[in-house]
Ligand binder design. Structure first.
Ligand code: MUC
Ligand code: MG
Length: 366
């Protein structure tokens, strides 16, 4: 079996409600559907979400790099040659979500060829994950109302609150209002690099009685000494997200003392790279969270297949609900969250079936 063709199809699906956070906002899922074809008719599927404010990729750059640089390097290889594929793609720096989508599509092919779900190939730990919902910037009352809707409709009881605004009092008020409305909820915060180390430390002090699980990426990676200092000031773990998109970055953040936990996102490290980072964290005794790159249902299905496969990623709730804010999606059979959990698809591969009518409707290259 050989890789015969790689497709990169841009599409755009509006969000019902934009997600706002310190480094940017997303109002349309302008993603790229990546499909890897084989000479015996199998098709592996994944999606790449461009996040220019995080990785510098755009929808156009993903389509271009996949079709003009990556496809010629991997056509003719076997989908089982995943390490060859990784080495060839890594000759090009950057472009994490484009590389990750190709990696996950290859695993999808391998699973289909063997008749086995990818989650079982990866680790087979469990068949579901608890879901954490990300609450974006709004007035505190609106943020509490959104979390309440998620709890009522989907049974979600873990919330990641976006912070990083100035003055810090607005975010402190939002977290406090949420804690008062939901005394039992698991709550953590994500600053997307919005604050200085001193602002971060002040905010953490003001939030100290709210029983936060951890705080993610409060200040920029380049604040090297400031971030180390912040770790010494914090009574909760400090997780690295966009400062640690590669295994090397994870080492730098952890050994440099700038972070004490790691967010793993399959959208940027695929299954192969995410597994390596998970093993690295386990070896170092460092906790992880399964993060979200503001994924659609395809990306969420991929995250779920990975997260449920391992004990380390299943301990905490995974960020698997951003697709709920999209007005539509491409999956023929939608993902469902019930009682705060989402179940892994048991079909061979990733179990992704694209609704071709919807793809025709939402693709932007036709
Ligand atoms: C997150 O965890 O930060 C927003 C920016 C980004 O890179 O990912 C999202 C969610
Ligand atoms: Mg984050």
């Amino acid at each position: 079996m050989k890789i015969s063709r790689v497709e990169a199809v841009p599409f755009a699906i509006p969000y019902r409600k934009p997600l706002r956070f310190a480094s940017g906002s997303v109002s349309d899922a302008e993603h790229v559907l990546v499909r890897v074809h084989t000479d015996d008719g199998l098709v592996g599927t994944a999606e790449a979400p461009p996040r220019p404010f995080t990785y510098g990729e755009t929808q156009e750059s993903i389509v271009a790099i996949v079709t003009t640089v990556f496809a010629p390097q991997i056509v003719g290889l076997s989908p089982l040659d995943r390490e060859q594929v990784r080495v060839r793609l890594d000759r090009t720096v950057g472009n994490p979500t484009a590389k990750a989508a190709i990696d996950m599509a290859l695993w999808d092919i391998v699973g289909q060829a063997l008749g086995v779900p990818v989650t079982d190939l990866l680790g087979g730990f469990g068949d579901r994950m608890r879901v954490a919902h990300m609450v974006g910037f709004a007035e505190p009352a609106e943020m509490v109302a959104e979390a309440g809707r998620m709890q009522e409709q989907y049974g979600i009881a873990t919330f990641k609150v976006k912070v990083g605004r100035r003055p810090i009092g607005l975010d402190v008020a939002a977290c406090r209002a949420l804690r008062e409305a939901m005394p039992e909820a698991e709550i953590y915060i994500d600053g997307n690099r919005g604050w200085t180390p001193v602002e971060s430390a002040r905010a953490l002090r003001a939030l100290a009685d709210l029983d936060l699980q951890f705080a993610e990426e409060l200040c920029p990676a380049d604040d090297v000494l400031g971030r180390r200092w912040l770790v010494t000031q914090s009574s909760v773990p400090i997780f690295a997200d966009e400062s640690a998109p590669t295994a090397g970055d994870v080492t730098r953040e952890l050994l440099g003392g700038s972070a004490t936990g790691i967010s793993i996102k399959t959208a940027r490290t695929g299954f192969t790279g995410s597994h390596r980072i998970l093993a690295q964290c386990e070896g170092l005794g460092v906790e992880v969270v399964l993060g979200n790159q503001i994924d659609g249902q395809i990306g969420s299905l991929c995250s779920l297949a990975f997260g449920a496969a391992f004990e380390g990623t299943s301990r905490r709730a995974g960020e698997l609900s951003n697709f709920l804010d999209m007005s539509d999606d491409l999956l023929a059979e939608p993902l469902e969250i019930r009682n705060g959990t989402v179940r892994v698809r048991q079909a061979p591969g990733l179990g992704i079936e694209i609704d071709e009518d919807k793809l025709r409707h939402y693709r932007t290259d036709a």
